[in-house]
Design a protein around this ligand. Structure first.
Ligand code: PMP
Length: 414
């Protein structure tokens, strides 16, 4: 058993932080829950749960429509969430489109930016490690425009092959779509350097920040990309919340994706004048309560301190990796030194789903399967992996419990 590393100066009291998450107190199959599926969705702290509860109890109303007090309060809270998220990402609020998650955000870029612009012969460059949400929208655009998808390959350690990526950025490439952090490997891609190179070559960049926003000290403006997508439920916020940041000039040049109320200034049967960005892309009633919760989640993460969150997760990752490497027959996918606290693995002779099922019997929640990244698993030549993904509220004791449960499962399956 390895010793628990000391807490860095100024870090929160993590035991007290954990107590903010009521769900983590429950048992599963008679065992204390060990929730290691954070890359799938994160748990919610009391301030988020309370914010959603308070919205429905005290000021539930639609946004931007009613002049009455409740409508004003709801609109202020919703716009307040936009302002908080914008500050968190370091982008202007009027360049931040609120939507229901990364999947929607990436489709918005595909349908509003790429579809009207790309043509036969153009190339969309994606990496091997993308989530399906950053592959399939581009395939749909390619089918309709005659553009091609080109794949930037990875190296066996799960890092991007940067030489190959640079070589792939030829004159036909109009768009590069890339994950900031891989949801399977944990690899943190050097997006700043990559975007600088892409910009030099006139390539528009779309960064999928789903797995980065909850874990890294993030400065979207400094990355120098053109589009950046985030999803709220992985940031301790409610499901059905997320955002797309885009450079103002791109947002202004893009047609609306979905039409309806809220995204217009004036409608007549002769034609419609659209609202200004970002509202032009926010038709219909949004997930108001969800965004109220997301605003609280952003405040919560900022109060903990993102540098403290990152340090805590790195300490847990180091512990987990070290212990896992000692288990006989374990293969870890994604071994770059610069990675987030996501560990995909297999145990020789055991199927990922069997492992995950036996771990669940011990109260340990990991994800098994293809993690919405079929092409990546094809590269490694495996049908599925188990994935343990950590958050700051996990503990070193949970790492030990996970390893004990894994040893037990291994013995049963071996
Ligand atoms: N991209 C990555 C890297 C992800 O991990 C996920 C969620 N698993 C998504 C996109 C899609 O996010 P959502 O389902 O919240 O839209």
């Amino acid at each position: 058993m390895s010793p628990t590393p000391p807490t860095p100066a100024g870090a929160p009291d993590w035991a007290r932080v954990r107590a903010d998450f009521p769900l983590l107190m429950r048992e599963v199959n008679g065992k204390p829950l060990v929730y290691f599926d954070n890359a799938n969705t994160a748990q919610k702290p009391l301030p988020v749960i309370d914010a959603v509860d308070a919205f429905y109890r005290r000021y539930n109303a639609n946004v931007s429509r009613a002049v009455h007090a409740l409508g004003t309060e709801a609109t202020e809270a919703y716009e307040g969430a936009r302002a908080r998220l914008a500050r968190f990402l370091n982008v202007p609020g009027d360049e931040l489109v609120l939507c229901n998650g990364t999947t929607f955000a990436l489709n918005l870029v595909a349908y509003s930016w790429a579809l009207p612009r790309l043509q036969a012969g153009d190339v969309i460059l994606v990496s091997r490690m993308e989530h399906h949400a950053n592959i399939v929208p581009w395939q749909l655009v390619a089918q309709r425009t005659g553009a091609h998808i080109r794949v930037a390959e990875i190296l066996p350690d799960g890092s991007l092959d940067l030489d190959a990526l640079n070589a792939a950025m030829t004159g036909e490439v109009k768009l590069l779509a890339l994950a900031h952090v891989s949801n399977v490997l944990g690899t943190v891609n050097p997006v700043r350097e990559i975007c600088r190179e892409a910009r030099r070559r006139g390539i528009v960049t779309v960064i999928d920040g789903s797995q980065a926003a909850p874990h890294l000290t993030l400065d979207v403006a400094a990355i120098g990309c053109d589009f950046y997508a985030v999803t709220g439920h992985k940031m301790c916020g409610p499901t059905g919340t997320g955002a797309l940041w885009a450079r103002r000039e791109l947002l202004e040049a893009m047609p609306p994706f979905i039409g309806g109320g809220e995204m217009i200034k004036q409608v007549s049967f002769d034609g419609t004048v659209f609202n200004d960005a970002p509202h032009k892309f926010e038709a219909g009633t949004p997930n108001i309560a969800g965004f109220v919760g997301l605003g609280a989640a952003v405040d919560y993460l900022e109060t903990l301190g993102r540098e403290h969150i990152a340090a805590r997760e790195q300490a847990l990752l180091a512990h987990l990796t070290e212990e896992l490497q000692r288990v006989d027959g374990v293969r870890i996918f994604g071994t770059t030194p610069h990675k987030a606290a996501v560990v995909s693995f297999l145990v020789e002779g055991a199927h990922a789903h069997d492992l995950a099922t036996l771990l669940d019997l011990e109260g340990v929640a990991v994800r098994s399967g293809q993690h919405c990244a079929h092409p990546l698993l094809q590269y490694f030549g495996v049908a599925a992996t188990c994935r343990a993904s950590l958050a700051f509220y996990n503990t070193h004791q949970e790492v030990e419990a996970f390893i004990a449960a894994l040893q037990k499962a291994r013995a049963l399956l071996g």
